[in-house]
Design a protein around this ligand. Structure first.
Ligand code: NAD
Length: 356
C-alpha cells in the first residue's frame, strides 16, 4: 500500500498528524516527511520509533516560511501532501486570534503556493498522481439546531476565530484547484479523541483532573452536542481519502456518534472510577458547571454517507470502546502527559476560561 509514495505531512507532531504518521509508517510502505514548527501543541514523543525508521524524515519548519518550505519541497520532492498543521484550540482563538489567522490562513496560502510551484516542476505522470489533502473541521459549518446533519453541501457559517480561520483555509484550497489546477481534496471531520491528545482539550483534561480528584469544569449546562470520532479511525479515513478520493471533492468524516458534553464527562468519570484508584466517592461529584464559552455552538453532527459509500470507510471503534482505550492509555502513559501540564498552565487564559 502506497509503495513509492513520499508524503509530506504538515503538523505531524500534533494529535491527529502523529496518528497519521504512525499509521503511514506502520500500515503502508509510504515514506513520510513530517513538517512541524513544534508549537506548544507538538510532541515528538507521540511518534515512538519514528526517528529510527528509514522511511521517516523530520523538518522543523514553519509553514508560513515560504523560503524554508520551498527548500523542503526541493529536498524531498513529495508525491503528495497531507496538511494538518494548524492552531486548533477554540479557547485560545478567543483569547488571541492572530496566530489562528496567521497559521491557518496565511500558512495554508504559503503551503499552497509552494505546493503549486513543486507540482509544476513534476513530469506529466507525477502530476497525474499528485494530491494535496487539506484536513479541516465540521466547525466551519457553524451550529445545528436539535435536528439535521452537516453534509458536503452545507453552507459555511463559522462562529469562532478558529472555525473562521479554518473556513478561510478551506476556501483557499478550493480556489487553488479551481484557478491553478492543483489537485486538492478537503475533509471536514467531527471532534476527535484518543491517545496523545494535548491535555487542554476536553476529554484529556477531564481524565487528568478526574484522576487527581480535581473539579471538572463543564461549560454552560453541558447540553452542547459534539459528534465524536476515535483518532485512529480518522487517520485511516484521511489515508483512504488520499489514496482513493477524487481531486476537487470534499468528504465529511464522522462516526454517527453524538453525545452531550455532560454525557462525555460522566462517561469519563465512570471509567476512572472503574479503572483508577478510588477517591472514596463517585467522580461525578467533581463536576462543576462554569460560565459558557462565548459563541459556543450548540450542536455539531456529521453525515458521513459519502465517504462510507464512495471510499468504503467505516470507523472501527464505538465511542465506548474508544473512550475506554483512551482512559487506559492516559493511565499507562503518565511520562507522556506529565511534562505537558506545565505547558498547559503557561497557556493559562484558556484554562482560566473554565474557572481553573
Ligand atoms: P494539534 O493542535 O494537536 O497539532 C497541530 C500541529 O501543527 C502541532 O504539532 C503544531 O506544532 C503544528 N503547527 C502549528 N502551527 C504551525 C506552523 N505555523 N507551521 C508548522 N507547524 C505548525 O492539532 P490536531 O488536533 O492534531 O488537528 C490537526 C488538524 O485537524 C487541524 O488542521 C485541525 O483543524 C483539524 N481537525 C482537528 C479536529 C480535532 O478534533 N482535533 C477535528 C477536525 C479537524
Amino acid at each position: 500500500r502506497l509503495k513509492d509514495a513520499r508524503i509530506l505531512v504538515t503538523g505531524g507532531a500534533g494529535f491527529i498528524g502523529s496518528a497519521v504518521v504512525r499509521r503511514l509508517l506502520g500500515a503502508t510502505e509510504a515514506s513520510v516527511i513530517n513538517v512541524d514548527a513544534l508549537t506548544y501543541a507538538a510532541n515528538l514523543g507521540s511518534l515512538p520509533g519514528a526517528a529510527e525508521n528509514p522511511r521517516y524524515a523530520f523538518e522543523k519548519t514553519d509553514i508560513r516560511d515560504a523560503a524554508a518550505m520551498r527548500q523542503v519541497f526541493e529536498r524531498h520532492r513529495p508525491t503528495a501532501v497531507m496538511h494538518l498543521a494548524a492552531e486548533t484550540h477554540v479557547d485560545r482563538s478567543i483569547d488571541s486570534p492572530k496566530a489562528f489567522v496567521e497559521t491557518n490562513m496565511v500558512g495554508t496560502f504559503v503551503l499552497l503556493e509552494e505546493a503549486l510551484r513543486h507540482f509544476r516542476s513534476l513530469d506529466a505522470g507525477e502530476r497525474a498522481a499528485f494530491r494535496l489533502l487539506h484536513v479541516s473541521t465540521d466547525e466551519v459549518f457553524g451550529s445545528l439546531g436539535p435536528t439535521g446533519l452537516f453534509d458536503e453541501t452545507t453552507p459555511y457559517r463559522p462562529s469562532s476565530p478558529y472555525s473562521a480561520s479554518k473556513a478561510g483555509a478551506d476556501h483557499l484550497v478550493r480556489a487553488w484547484r479551481e484557478t491553478f489546477g492543483l489537485p486538492t481534496l478537503v475533509t471536514n471531520c467531527s471532534n476527535n479523541f484518543g491517545p496523545y491528545h494535548f491535555p487542554e482539550k476536553m476529554i484529556p483534561l477531564m481524565i487528568l483532573r478526574g484522576l487527581e480528584g480535581a473539579e471538572l469544569p463543564v461549560y454552560g449546562s453541558g447540553r452542547n452536542v459534539r459528534d465524536w470520532l476515535y483518532v485512529e479511525d480518522h487517520a485511516e479515513a484521511l489515508i483512504l481519502a488520499l489514496e482513493r478520493g477524487l481531486p476537487g471533492e470534499t468528504y465529511n468524516v464522522g462516526a454517527r456518534c453524538e453525545r452531550t458534553n455532560i454525557a462525555v464527562v460522566e462517561a469519563v468519570c465512570d471509567l476512572l472510577d472503574a479503572l483508577a484508584p478510588s477517591l472514596g466517592h463517585s467522580r461525578r461529584d467533581l463536576i462543576r458547571f462554569v460560565e459558557d464559552r462565548p459563541g459556543h455552538d450548540a450542536r455539531y453532527a456529521i453525515d458521513p454517507s459519502k465517504i462510507e459509500r464512495e471510499l468504503g470507510w467505516r470507523p472501527r471503534e464505538s465511542f465506548e470502546s474508544g473512550l475506554e482505550k483512551t482512559v487506559r492509555w492516559y493511565l499507562a502513559n503518565r511520562a507522556w502527559w506529565e511534562p505537558l501540564l506545565r505547558r498547559t498552565e503557561n497557556g493559562g487564559d484558556a484554562l482560566a476560561r473554565r474557572g481553573l
